[in-house]
Design a protein around this ligand. Structure first.
Ligand SMILES: CC(C)(COP(=O)(O)OP(=O)(O)OC[C@H]1O[C@@H](n2cnc3c(N)ncnc32)[C@H](O)[C@@H]1OP(=O)(O)O)[C@@H](O)C(=O)NCCC(=O)NCCS
Length: 160
């Protein structure tokens, strides 16, 4: 069985919240906005027993995509689940006709660079992204802003 097929990727549900809050706060990632979901869609990865091992979110601001809340539970790291979640959120973005994702990170710039994301100056980001809660309130000013490569059929064939 491949690593990726161990995981089921699905939309978050209310019952997932306590587990997700634990995953995010263990990594000092913002929990605000994950439950509300007004502008966001969050995907979780669960194993055959239903245990949640990862999370990623897409927020849409003025037609621009913000990738947030990528986290994999420590015991599940290094097996490709992070990459599976990034591909899943890229595919979700593509379904929403968004061709580029932006993000802020204090810890994982190198991880995203390996996936083709590039560092960008905050002032070069689309206004609606700069005005999002994640940018204005939740992430420290020292966080690195990044942009994905263009997301198209060549890079993201379909949602896993
Ligand atoms: C970043 C994270 C999601 C990666 O999850 P994962 O399932 O281990 O990722 P993958 O299995 O797809 O990739 C593992 C590879 O990425 C590398 N990697 C993991 N975290 C990294 C980081 N923060 N910076 C650079 N490289 C990283 C690993 O060393 C490994 O490299 P290898 O393939 O050469 O062995 C996970 O480490 C995590 O949850 N970290 C804490 C939360 C966090 O920083 N989230 C990002 C918020 S924007």
């Amino acid at each position: 069985m491949s690593h990726q097929s161990r995981w089921r990727i699905r939309s978050v549900s209310r019952a997932d919240w306590p587990r997700l809050e634990g995953l995010l706060s263990d990594e000092d990632l913002p929990v605000q906005g994950v439950q509300a979901g007004a502008s966001g869609q969050f995907l979780v990865a669960s194993d055959a027993a239903g245990t949640i091992a990862g999370l990623v979110g897409l927020e849409i601001h003025g037609g621009h995509g913000l990738l947030r809340s990528l986290v994999v539970a420590a015991p599940a790291r290094g097996c490709g689940l992070g990459g599976t979640l990034v591909r899943a959120v890229e595919a979700l973005a593509r379904e929403r006709e968004i061709d580029r994702l932006f993000l802020l990170t204090t810890t994982a710039a190198g991880y995203f660079e390996r996936r083709g994301y590039v560092r960008v100056e905050r002032h070069a980001l689309p206004g609606p992204i700069r005005r999002s809660e994640e940018f204005t309130q939740l992430c420290p000013a020292s966080a690195v802003a990044m942009a994905s490569p263009v997301i198209d059929a060549g890079t993201v064939p379909s949602r896993p």
